[in-house]
Write a protein that binds this ligand. Structure first.
Ligand code: FAD
Length: 292
């Protein structure tokens, strides 16, 4: 099923993101966690793509498993930067052959060791290059793209970031999913600006439940997200107690999601980080709202 069939429905729903294992040894445990999350029957599940493509075969295997065994619509992530045209074409063909209809088309992070090097000869520079290629391939995917309410870490100017985002949606992005944020007002402000810029596709807010203090430090390092005082106080108070922090983190994410629904958002994507107890905890908190 194409995600656009879900995203235009006026029904509150949740979707979950999982990530593939980095090595064979972890495959079975990741698969078990993913299956538990799939049993919650979310609106869809996304499977990330390892930076640099190292775990790409697992992305597809896990996405296929979710779709075939649990009949949950799946979104396979694909990054293009530092890949060749041939590699990307092979990946696209494999996703299509697996019957997966949704691709999250991403640039990916520039590998740190290549950051200062001459990239003029690279086949892909930005996500838009991959989106154009997907459209030109005629493969009829529903295509997602990433967006950043607090601007992308490499950008210095939000207007420029939004101008590139508009080009990305004009090139064929059917929906956008946001980077995590902990202050909904930043998201509402961003939504206003992108609608004003003429971006009309559905925007899926991405919510990261923080369930331990170390995870927060890592999340901020990667995303540069602003942490409101209210959330800092919560981590200061409960961060040293894993069970308490898990409960508080789930409650904070639930609160953000309820506020998003109350303000007219229908689908919220939860970065569930392969933690079934987190996905289930949030879904339980929202059971009446979700009709589950
Ligand atoms: P782009 O859209 O190419 O944007 C990157 C930067 O380039 C921005 O600063 C933008 O303003 C600028 N830009 C865009 N177009 C142009 C242009 N034409 N000319 C000049 N500048 C331009 N990473 C993974 O490795 N695997 C994943 O599975 C994954 N999933 C993600 C899911 C979501 C929802 C999000 C938000 C991020 C995800 N990432 C993932 C991280 C992502 O790969 C990085 O944030 C990456 O640095 C940017 O990817 P992008 O697709 O947003 O790039």
């Amino acid at each position: 099923m194409k995600l656009t069939e879900i995203l235009y429905q006026n029904i509150c729903s949740l979707s979950f993101e999982v990530f593939p294992p980095k090595a064979d040894a972890a495959f079975e445990s990741v698969k078990a966690a993913v299956e538990e999350i799939a049993r919650l029957k979310p609106a869809f599940m996304s499977v990330t793509y390892g930076a640099g493509g190292g775990t790409s075969e697992y992305t597809l295997r896990i996405a296929e498993e979710i779709k075939e065994r649990y009949t949950v619509p799946t979104l396979a992530h694909l990054t293009c930067v530092s890949s060749t045209k041939e590699t990307v074409a092979e990946k696209i063909a494999a996703i299509k052959a697996a019957g997966i209809e949704n691709i999250m088309a991403l640039r990916g992070d520039i590998p740190p060791e290549l950051a200062g090097t001459d990239r003029s000869g690279w086949a892909y520079h930005h996500a838009i290059d991959l989106i154009r290629e997907l459209k030109e391939s005629g493969a009829d995917f529903c295509i997602g793209g990433a967006c950043y309410p607090e601007i992308h870490v490499e950008s210095t100017d939000q207007r420029e970031d939004i101008r590139y985002l508009k080009e990305k949606t004009d090139a064929g992005c059917d929906f956008l999913t946001t980077q995590m944020f902990f202050d909904n007002n930043l998201f509402y402000n961003f939504l206003y600006k992108i609608r004003e810029a003429g971006i009309t596709v559905p925007i899926i807010p991405g919510i990261m439940p923080i369930t331990n203090a170390r995870q927060l430090a890592r999340a901020i390092h990667l995303s540069g997200s602003f942490v409101p005082q209210r959330f800092k106080a919560l981590v200061d108070r409960f961060g040293a107690d894993d069970r308490a922090m898990m409960q508080a983190g789930i409650a904070y994410a639930t609160d953000q999601i309820i506020d998003l629904y109350a303000n007219g958002i229908t689908n919220v994507h939860v970065y569930s980080m392969n933690k079934p107890e987190v996905a289930a905890g949030i879904q339980r908190n929202l059971s009446a709202i979700l009709g589950k």
